[in-house]
Design a protein around this ligand. Structure first.
Ligand code: HEM
Length: 517
C-alpha cells in the first residue's frame, strides 16, 4: 500500500515537473517570437554542457582561457550559446550587446552569485552588491573619487623611490611585475588607511599594527590578501557551487586581513571622536573622509576592502603589461622617453614638477596606456546574470543580426580581451602593439571597454591612470634603457586570468641607466 502511494507521488511529481517545464518552454518560445528573437549559434557541449565546462576548466588550468574563448568566437561568431550544467551561458563580443547589459537594460541584469562568493572577504560593498545596496555604496564612495586628492602624487613619491631602490644595480634581469604588485599594495593602503603596509620595505613593516598582528609584519598583509583573492577567483569559477570552496586557510586569511583593516577603522573612528588624535595631520585619508559620512565599522571595513580589491591588482596589471610591451618595442620606449624627458627632465636634471595635469598632457603616454589596456585589459572577461526574461539586440540567427532571447537566471559573459582584438574594429593588425593607431583614430565607443561602462563604470579610472603614468615617468627619468630579459620567445604572453590579468611567468626585464658604470 505504502509503496503504491509512494509510486503515485513520484509519478505525480514527475508529471508536474514535466508539465511546468513544457509550460515555461512554451512561454519563453512565445515571448521570444513576440520580440522577434532567434537563437544564436550553439556550441556543441555534450552531457548537458558538462563537456563544455570541463574544456573551459582545462583551458583555464593550461593558462589559455582567453585564447580558447577567442577560438570559439572565431568558429561560432561574435555571439554564441553554450549549455552548462546549471544555466545556459551566452557569450558575446558585440559592443551593442555589452552596452545593453551594462547600460541600456542595466536593471535587467545583476551580479548573480558574486555577493555570496565574495562575502567572506568583502562583505557588503560596492563591488559585490546589486540593487539599492549597490546604489547606496556607490553614492557613499563616488564623492571621494571626485576629489583631486584621490590621485595624490606626493603620496606616491616615496613608494616609487622604494621600488627604484629594489631594481638591481648590476643591470641583471629581474621580474618587474613582482615589484609593481608590492608598489600598488603600498600605495593603495597608504591612500586608504593613511599608512602603508610597507611591502616594498625589506625588514619590518612601517605600519604599527602590522608588526603586532597575526599577519606577521612586512608583506604579510599582502600575502594574506593575495591568498584570499585566489580563493575568491576559484569560488567565482565554481559559480553556484562556490560554497564547496571554504577551507580553513581561506577563513584564516580573511580573519587576518579583517583584523588589520579593523584596526585602521577603529583609529579613524577615534580620530573623529577626538580630532587631536588625527592620524596624519591634514593630509587626505580616504578612510577618515568616509568616517565623516558613516560611523558603522562594518560598512567602513567592507568599503575599504572593496576598493583595495578593485584598485590594487588592476593597476599592477596595467603597469606590468606596459613594461612587457615597452621591453619588446624599443622604438616606443625611446619615443615615449623623449617626450617625457622633454617635459619633466631626467632624474639628474629635473625640469618640472610632475602634476596630474601635466601627465594628462603627454598625448603619447596616453596612447601607449590605451594600447596596453586594449591588448591586455586588466579585467579581461566578465559576466552578468539576467534578473528577468529579457533580450539582447544582436547575435541571433545564422548571420547574427537578430535579437537574442535571454531567460531569467541565464548568464551573459563578455570577453573584453577578445572584443578589443576584433579585426573589423581594429584592423588586420589588431593583435599587434601599435600605440600610433590612437593617433589615427582615437574615437571608440563600446568596442573599447577597459574600465567598463554604464552606471557601474570604474570609479578609480583617474586614480589608476595617474598612478601608472607617474610610475612610468619616474622610471623613465631614472633609467634610459629597458631590455627584454625573458628567454621565452613566444609572441604572446602566458596569461593568468583570475579576477584580474597577470603574467604567469612575471615580466622579466633589464632596466638601467647607461650613464652608470
Ligand atoms: C587600470 C586599472 C583599473 C582597471 C582596468 C579597472 C577596471 C574596472 C572594471 C572593468 C570594473 C567593473 C567591474 C564589474 O562591474 O564587474 C571596475 C569597477 C570598479 N573599480 Fe576599477 N579598474 C582599475 C583601477 C581601479 C582603482 C585604482 C580603483 C580605486 C582606487 C578602482 C575602483 C573601482 C570600483 C570601486 C569599482 C566598482 C564600481 C561599481 O561597481 O559601481 N578601480 N574597475
Amino acid at each position: 500500500m505504502l509503496s503504491a502511494i509512494l509510486g503515485a507521488a513520484i509519478v505525480l511529481y514527475v508529471a508536474y515537473f514535466a508539465l511546468t517545464s513544457i509550460q515555461a518552454k512554451y512561454k519563453h518560445h512565445r515571448q521570444a517570437q513576440a520580440w522577434e528573437c532567434q537563437d544564436p549559434r550553439r556550441v556543441q557541449a555534450p552531457y548537458f554542457g558538462v563537456a563544455g565546462l570541463v574544456r573551459s576548466i582545462k583551458a583555464y588550468r593550461e593558462k589559455r582561457l582567453l585564447t580558447y574563448i577567442g577560438s570559439i568566437h572565431d568558429e561560432y561568431g561574435n555571439t554564441f550559446r553554450q549549455s552548462s550544467p546549471i544555466h545556459a551561458i551566452t557569450s558575446t563580443i558585440e559592443p551593442e550587446n555589452v552596452k545593453t547589459i551594462l547600460a541600456t537594460k542595466f536593471n535587467d541584469f545583476g551580479l548573480g552569485t558574486r555577493h555570496r562568493q565574495f562575502y567572506p572577504l568583502l562583505g557588503d560593498g560596492i563591488f559585490t552588491l546589486d540593487g539599492p545596496g549597490w546604489s547606496h555604496a556607490r553614492a557613499l564612495l563616488r564623492p571621494q573619487f571626485a576629489r583631486e586628492q584621490v590621485a595624490d602624487i606626493a603620496l606616491l613619491n616615496d613608494h616609487v623611490t622604494s621600488l627604484i631602490d629594489l631594481i638591481p644595480k648590476d643591470r641583471s634581469g629581474f621580474d618587474i611585475q613582482r615589484l609593481f604588485f608590492l608598489l600598488t599594495i603600498d600605495s593603495a593602503t597608504h591612500f586608504l588607511f593613511g599608512e602603508s603596509v610597507g611591502a616594498l620595505e625589506s625588514g619590518t613593516s612601517k605600519g604599527s599594527i602590522l608588526n603586532t598582528s597575526a599577519v606577521g609584519g612586512a608583506a604579510g598583509f599582502a600575502e594574506e590578501f593575495n591568498k584570499s583573492q585566489d580563493y575568491l577567483a576559484i569560488r567565482s569559477i565554481a559559480q553556484n557551487l562556490y560554497w564547496v570552496i571554504n577551507p580553513k586557510e581561506f577563513q584564516e586569511a580573511n580573519r587576518k586581513v579583517h583584523e588589520v583593516v579593523d584596526y585602521y577603522v577603529n583609529l579613524a573612528l577615534q580620530a573623529r571622536a577626538s580630532p587631536s588624535k588625527e592620524l596624519s595631520g591634514d593630509r587626505y585619508i580616504f578612510l577618515n573622509a568616509l568616517a565623516a559620512e558613516t560611523q558603522d565599522p562594518k560598512i567602513l571595513r567592507d568599503s575599504m576592502l572593496n576598493i583595495l580589491l578593485a584598485g590594487r591588482d588592476t593597476t599592477a596589471s596595467l603597469l606590468s603589461s606596459t613594461f612587457y610591451y615597452l621591453a619588446r618595442h624599443p622604438a616606443t620606449w625611446n619615443k615615449l622617453r623623449q617626450e617625457i624627458v622633454k617635459v619633466f627632465g631626467d632624474s639628474r636634471q629635473p625640469l618640472a614638477e610632475i602634476t596630474q595635469a601635466k601627465l594628462r598632457d603627454i598625448t603619447y603616454l596616453r596612447h601607449v596606456l590605451n594600447e596596453v589596456l586594449r591588448l591586455l585589459p586588466p579585467v579581461p572577461m566578465n559576466f552578468r546574470v539576467a534578473n528577468k526574461d529579457t533580450s539582447l539586440p544582436v547575435g541571433g540567427g545564422r548571420d547574427g543580426t537578430a535579437p537574442v532571447y535571454v531567460k531569467k537566471g541565464d548568464i551573459v559573459a563578455y570577453s573584453v580581451y577578445n572584443m578589443h582584438r576584433r579585426t573589423d574594429f581594429w584592423g588586420e593588425d589588431s593583435h599587434l602593439f601599435r600605440p600610433e593607431r590612437w593617433e589615427e583614430n582615437a574615437k571608440h565607443g563600446w568596442d573599447y571597454l577597459p574600465f567598463n561602462g554604464g552606471p557601474r563604470i570604474c570609479l578609480g579610472q583617474q586614480y589608476a591612470l595617474t598612478e601608472a603614468s607617474y610610475t612610468i615617468v619616474r622610471l623613465m627619468q631614472h633609467f634610459d634603457t629597458l631590455k627584454n630579459a625573458d628567454p621565452d620567445t613566444r609572441k604572446e604572453p602566458v596569461l593568468l586570468s583570475n579576477l584580474t590579468l597577470s603574467h604567469d611567468q612575471g615580466v622579466l626585464v633589464n632596466l638601467f641607466s647607461s650613464h652608470d658604470a
